[in-house]
Write a protein that binds this ligand. Structure first.
Ligand code: ADP
Length: 445
């Protein structure tokens, strides 16, 4: 009988459960991406613009001054360290701020400046002489609503007269009272309760409606219907702003219900590439040698940080424990943690408190932490069929930056199967993965 070649050293994919345990929801993925990102995702692409009404003029700005914002708001923008509008903001902001108001659908990958754009529009549309909600922003989850609220709070730092209210779980209002804040940021269920059921505010007085993370919204059961119910209670004159990181047909169908006669701005995703990445593999006899290779690498990271990817939670926590016991400061991010714990782990790592982050596939996307110079594949990424998962490899290691952002990727190989995966990845991308002597980790500097 043919013997299937499965190396015993191949500590990953021991069982199906082990490989699928770190699935996270789209909402959580989006949140983690926000937390770990430090700045704008650079993009060289030009946005594509569509509009039904060719009569409406279309502007683009190269500076925030050109938007004629209230001085205190402009001060807030600069206070956040924004010097010039991002790609998507150049075209979105003039339209979002135009009079008469125009509806917009904007789609661009996470990190391109959508949130900052609509928050600025929300803040500049507020009339502080009126003490009732005029701006309503819907987010898919509690955490995402808080993230948006924090951006709004920062940007309006010099406009203390603008008041913001969260409509999320945990927030309670006594029966019969009215909300006096100008901006409501919340989740669909709570907003519907507050607006329709308890009449804490009047949905028919909302003049700006923002639907953030529409793609995540429709991935959450029941949210789409709630959004549509809220939308029905808004006045016809209300300005609609619809944002999404992806552009699937379901998202666009949803957009059509919410937004009439929109200007559509699409910014294509910047492709990740391996161009500035030096790729290596190290041969190890077993998992202990893998560990030794890791500690050698750890020894040479004097600047920057490393992320180590493991195939399973088990391996990840084993590695983290062992390194910690040996006196290394490492952080671990796995599916076991609560959302709050994940945020705190990522915050600490981003702040540089730990030099090494050990994780599973949870972080395959959105790990463009600038200071991450080394990515280690403790296990090579593979799919359910144990074939090389080239897409995940690219997400782990590739960069989208235009300039300089170089990096190092190290693959630890401890079985013929792992070697095969490595070869397949090399062939797939047509980029050499160089042999590195485990004893000689200094070479990588
Ligand atoms: P998105 O909503 O598309 O994910 P964000 O608005 O959250 O993008 O922006 C991503 C990151 O870039 C944030 O850290 C934000 O503070 C920053 N950012 C946004 N706009 C600018 C800008 N014009 N200049 C510099 N940084 C910006």
């Amino acid at each position: 009988a043919p013997i299937s070649i499965v190396s015993i050293n191949d500590g990953d994919a021991r069982s199906e459960d082990d490989t699928s345990e770190d699935q996270i929801s789209p909402a959580e993925k989006s949140l983690l991406q926000k937390i770990i990102r430090k700045g704008l995702v650079e993009t060289t692409k030009d946005p594509e613009i569509q509009r039904k009404d060719p009569q409406s003029p279309l502007y683009s700005v190269k500076s925030f001054e050109a938007l004629h914002l209230k001085p205190a708001l402009l001060q807030g923008v600069y206070g956040m360290g924004f010097n010039a509008p991002s790609r998507i903001q150049e075209t979105a902001l003039p339209t979002l701020l135009a009079d008469p108001p125009q509806n917009m659908i904007a789609q661009s990958q996470s990190g391109t400046g959508k949130t900052a754009a609509f928050v600025l529009a929300m803040l500049s549309r507020v009339d502080t002489t009126k003490d009732y909600p005029q701006v309503l922003c819907l987010s898919p989850t509690y955490e995402l609503a808080i993230q948006t609220g924090e951006v709004a709070a920062k940007m309006s730092r010099f406009c203390p007269e603008i008041k913001i209210k969260y409509a999320v779980r945990g927030e309670e209002i006594s029966r019969g009272s009215k909300i006096t804040e100008h901006i409501i940021i919340g989740t669909p269920g709570k907003v519907l309760d507050w607006g329709q059921k308890f009449k804490f505010f009047d949905l028919s007085k909302i003049s700006v409606f923002v639907l953030d993370e529409a793609d995540v919204m429709i991935a959450t059961q029941g949210h789409q219907d709630q959004c549509i119910r809220i939308h029905k209670l808004l006045p016809r004159t209300c300005q609609m702003m619809f944002f999404s990181a992806t552009y699937e047909p379901e998202v666009m169908n949803f957009a059509e219900i919410i937004v009439s006669n929109p200007i559509i701005i699409k910014l294509l995703r910047q492709q990740e590439s391996l161009d500035n990445i030096k790729q290596y593999y190290i041969k190890c006899k077993n998992v202990d040698e893998k560990y030794t290779a890791i500690t050698n690498i750890y020894g040479v990271i004097t600047i920057g940080q490393a992320i180590i990817f493991c195939h399973t939670k088990k391996t990840a926590s084993w590695l983290a424990e062992k390194m910690t016991r040996d006196g290394h400061a490492v952080a671990i991010l796995s599916g076991d943690l609560t959302v709050e714990q994940r945020i705190s782990v990522l915050d600490r790592f981003r702040a540089g408190l730990e030099k090494v982050l050990i994780t599973t596939n949870v972080l395959a996307r959105g790990i463009d932490v600038e200071q991450v110079t080394i990515v280690v594949n403790f296990d090579l990424p593979m799919d359910q069929k144990r074939q090389a998962d080239c897409e995940t490899y690219l997400h782990r290691i590739g960069r989208t930056g235009r300039f300089g952002k170089s990096g190092i990727a190290i693959n630890l190989i401890d079985s013929p199967h792992a070697m095969q995966l490595c070869k397949d990845i090399e062939n797939h991308f047509g980029k050499k993965i160089h042999y590195l002597d485990a004893e000689d980790a200094d070479e990588i500097e």
